[in-house]
Design a protein around this ligand. Structure first.
Ligand code: A2P
Length: 341
């Protein structure tokens, strides 16, 4: 990594944008300059990276002149409008929204799983959905070894996935309920404190939510295997940071629980945490702030011939968003792909 890059962070004041700045610092990303961008509301606000105070600028059509890499996390409509503008200015975009994920011109990448897809980028690279990313990291070694036929996943997703306002909403609701006051639900359609909402993103004609269909479609694109069948139920739970997933897998070849533990123990980005006799298993409170995806409760599904159940937990803001985005940028640099063809 010889060159130092000019990096724009779009949505730098948001939950993910703030974490992106932290990850750039922690990984000593080879930048010469970081430009924090947000809405006009945030102009003049200060953010920090590598001990340097940076002043937030408004995201405009001219923001990308001289920028090499833009990391976007300011929502789908912003990405839809500004990612092509950035790419046209010669800046490679890594976009954390859902706007470009299923576009055939845009690779959808988890660096531990399909880094080779970066080779055909045309300027915009999509970061997958947070729930999909952590599942991919855990599923890839199993798929390579025994070919996955079907996945049944249920998620327990933290409110930070919805952004700053949702974190505040959960905090406020807990505080109000504990002092006997009625709650106000603004971000979510119902009270999230002490509750579970089987509803993430909008409902679609087939009865699934968009979040659930992201897990179905993104898995196929990332794995590059349309034969994998995925069915998902996505649930928002009153947890601040860290998504948990119950994942049931049916494989073509037989794998024992020990086989899966051994495979995942050597998988990049995975930590096996599976000592139930010592009450040790992955938990959101432990995964929060960490980079790895934690897998535990690995056991054979005794109702089918070749089945495995496991519990997969990761920090949705880090591996599910900011970290994976920065890892994509690092992989672009390693593969000498920081240019718009
Ligand atoms: P701002 O703080 O100025 O509103 P979160 O997901 O935590 O809610 O954060 C969303 C991020 O996207 C924030 O940094 C927010 O900036 C940014 N954002 C929202 N709307 C716009 C916009 N119209 N232009 C640029 N950035 C935006």
């Amino acid at each position: 990594m010889s060159k130092n890059f000019v990096v724009a962070v779009c949505g730098a004041t948001g939950a993910v944008g703030q974490e992106m700045l932290k990850v750039l610092e922690q990984r000593d990303f080879p930048y010469s300059k970081v430009i924090p961008l947000a809405s006009a509301r945030s102009v003049g606000k200060k953010v920090e990276c590598k001990g340097e105070e940076l002043t937030v600028q408004e995201l405009t059509e001219d923001s990308f002149d001289g920028v090499d890499i833009a990391l976007f996390s300011a929502g789908g409509s912003i990405s839809e409008k500004f990612a092509p503008i950035a790419a046209n200015a010669g800046c490679v975009v890594v976009d954390n929204s859902s706007a470009w994920r299923m576009n055939d011109e845009c690779p959808l990448v988890v660096p531990e799983v399909n880094p080779q897809d970066l080779d055909w980028h045309k300027g915009i690279i999509a970061n997958p959905n947070c729930s999909t990313i952590q599942m991919m990291v855990a599923l890839k070694p199993i798929h390579d070894e025994a070919k996955i036929k079907r996945v049944v996943v249920s998620t327990y997703q933290a409110v930070s996935g919805t952004g700053h306002k949702a974190i505040e909403e959960l905090e406020n609701q807990v505080r109000r309920l504990m002092s006997g006051q009625p709650v106000v639900a603004d971000v979510y359609p119902h009270q999230i404190a002490f509750n579970c909402l089987p509803h993430i993103d909008v409902f679609m004609d087939n009865g699934y939510t968009k979040e659930e269909m992201k897990m179905v479609n993104e898995t196929i694109k990332i794995m590059g295997d349309p034969s994998i069948k995925v069915t998902a139920t996505c649930v928002r739970v009153p947890v601040f940071y860290g998504h948990s997933e119950s994942v049931n897998i049916e494989t073509e070849l037989k794998l024992t629980a020990d086989d899966v533990r051994a495979l995942l123990a050597k998988a990049p980005g995975v930590t096996v945490e599976d000592y139930p006799e010592k009450l040790i298993y992955p938990m959101a409170i432990n995964a929060s702030g960490e980079d790895d995806t934690y897998v535990g409760r690995i056991r054979e599904d005794e109702t089918i011939e070749n089945g495995i159940n496991m519990w997969v937990v990761s920090d949705n803001i880090r591996k599910g968003a900011a970290l994976n985005t920065v890892q994509i940028a690092e992989t672009l640099i390693e593969r000498d792909l920081v240019r718009v063809p």
